[in-house]
Design a protein around this ligand. Structure first.
Ligand code: LHQ
Length: 263
C-alpha cells in the first residue's frame, strides 16, 4: 500500500504534521490537500495545543503538482482553477489561519508556489539554513494564490513582496531572515529539534491568550488606534477570565513557574 501523503504524530501536546511526497518535493495533489485539511482539523479538535508543519525529504513543498495539470492539458482538458482553490487549497489555508492553535512551520527545504504560501500562512517560520523560498507562480504564468498577496507584503513590505512575486528568484534562508520572512534560521540538522522546542513551548502556553493575540494583530490592520483599544479591552477581559491568567499571577507571586492548562 502507498504511504500516506500526510503523516500525523501527536507528541507532548504538539501535532506534528508532515507533508509526505518527497519524490516530488511534496507537491500537492487534491487527495493530499484533503488529508492535510483533515489532519489540521484533527489537531484543532483534539487535545493538542500547537501544530508543527514540515516536509519529508529535501523539500518543504513545491506547491501544486504540475504533472497532474499537464496530464489534463495533454488530454485536451484543463483544471477548474476556482474549484481547485476553493475545494482543495482554501480549506487548508483556512485551517492554518483559523487561530485556534499556534502553527509553526519547520521549513526544511525549498518552499515554492502554494508551498511557500502555506508556510507564510503559519504563525512562525523556522527555516533550515539550506531552505529557500520561490514564489514560482509567475514562472508558470499564474498569479500568487493561497493568500500570498496578503501575507507576503505584511511580512516583508510591498516593495520586496512585489520583487519576490514578479521575479520569482530563489530567496535563501539568511536573506529571508534579514527581511523578516522567517523568524529563525538554524543548521539543517537541528531544524526539527529547534522547531519542536518552540512548538512545545507554545503547546504548554496560554492557548486563549495566544488566540486573542493573533486576533488583535489582525484587527489592528483594519482599524484605527482608538477602535483597536476597544477591541483590546474586550480581549483582555476574556484572557483575564481564564484559569491560565489567575494561576500565572498566583505562581508569579509565589516565585513559581506557571503551568498553563489552556483553560
Ligand atoms: C514537481 C514539482 C511540482 C510536480 C518539483 N509538481 N513535480 C493552485 C491552483 C491551481 C493551479 C496551479 O497552482 C496552484 C498553486 C501553485 O502552487 S502554482 C506553483 C506550482 N509550483 C511550481 O511552479 C514550482 C515548480 N518547481 C520548481 O520550480 C522547482 O522544482 C523547485 C524550485 C521547487 C525546486 O527545484 P530543484 O531543487 O532544482 O528540484 P527539481 O526541480 O529537480 O525537482 C525535483 C523533482 O520534483 C523533479 O522530479 P524528477 O523526477 O526530475 O526528480 C521535479 O519534476 C519534481 N517537482 N516541483 N510542483
Amino acid at each position: 500500500m502507498a504511504e500516506s501523503p500526510i503523516l500525523y504524530e501527536a507528541r507532548e501536546g504538539v501535532a506534528v504534521i508532515t507533508l509526505n511526497r518527497p519524490e516530488v518535493l511534496n507537491a500537492f495533489t487534491p487527495e493530499m490537500l484533503g488529508e492535510l485539511a483533515a489532519a489540521l482539523r484533527r489537531a484543532t479538535d483534539g487535545s493538542e495545543r500547537s501544530i508543527l508543519l514540515t516536509g519529508a525529504g529535501r523539500g518543504f513543498s513545491a506547491g501544486q503538482d504540475l504533472a497532474s495539470i499537464q496530464h489534463l492539458y495533454e488530454n485536451g482538458g484543463s483544471p477548474d482553477f476556482v474549484s481547485l482553490l476553493n475545494d482543495n487549497f482554501y480549506p487548508v489555508v483556512r485551517e492554518l489561519t483559523a487561530k485556534a492553535l499556534p502553527v509553526v512551520a519547520a521549513v526544511n527545504g525549498v518552499a515554492a508556489g502554494a508551498g511557500m504560501s502555506l508556510a507564510l500562512a503559519c504563525d512562525l517560520r523556522i527555516a533550515a539554513d539550506n531552505a529557500r523560498f520561490v514564489t514560482a507562480f509567475t514562472n508558470i504564468g499564474l498569479v500568487p494564490d493561497c493568500g500570498m498577496a496578503y501575507t507576503l507584503p505584511r511580512l516583508v513590505g510591498e516593495g520586496r513582496a512585489l520583487e519576490l512575486m514578479l521575479l520569482s528568484e530563489p530567496l535563501g534562508a539568511e536573506a529571508a531572515l534579514a527581511m523578516g520572512l522567517v523568524n529563525r534560521v538554524v543548521p539543517a540538522a537541528e531544524l526539527m529539534e529547534a522547531a519542536f522546542t518552540i512548538a512545545k513551548k507554545l503547546a504548554a502556553g496560554p492557548t486563549l491568550a495566544y488566540r486573542k493575540t493573533k486576533d488583535l494583530v489582525e484587527a489592528a490592520q483594519t482599524s484605527d488606534f482608538a477602535a483597536l483599544l476597544a477591541v483590546e479591552a474586550e480581549a483582555q477581559a476574556e484572557a483575564g477570565a481564564t484559569e491560565d491568567h489567575k494561576g500565572a499571577v498566583d505562581a508569579f507571586l509565589k516565585k513559581q513557574s506557571p503551568t498553563f492548562s489552556g483553560r
